[in-house]
Design a protein around this ligand. Structure first.
Ligand SMILES: [Mg+2]
Length: 108
């Protein structure tokens, strides 16, 4: 399956809203941007733990694998898309600009 960044972002948002339509009434509170950004930081920490484990810097109760890292990176992207969508940001355009900016910064 091949999707654009824009399609992936919209898919994550649709999925997120569907989950929250079920969970918000059960929890009695909405999944706010504040909660979402704490999730983003949590996922970034899980990415760090996976890389640390893969590089042998941290003994772990569960061995870290490339599959672990792939899952954590995907979690991070998912939460990033949800946060972007909440604020009406199309990440595809910003992402392409970022790629271009890196090229301009490091390749003269
Ligand atoms: Mg995770």
């Amino acid at each position: 399956m091949s999707v654009t960044l824009r399609d992936a972002q919209h898919l994550c948002w649709k999925n997120f809203r569907k989950i929250n339509d079920v969970l918000d009434p059960e929890r009695g509170k909405a999944w706010t941007p504040f909660v979402t950004v704490t999730d983003l930081l949590e996922e970034a920490g899980e990415v760090a733990a996976a890389v640390k484990g893969l590089e042998g810097h941290a003994p772990s109760d569960k061995p870290k694998t490339k599959e672990t890292l792939a899952t954590e990176l995907s979690d991070l992207i998912y939460v990033t898309f949800v946060l972007a969508e909440h604020y009406g940001i199309e990440l595809e355009e910003a992402f392409l600009q970022t790629v271009n900016d890196y090229m301009l910064k490091f390749i003269k």
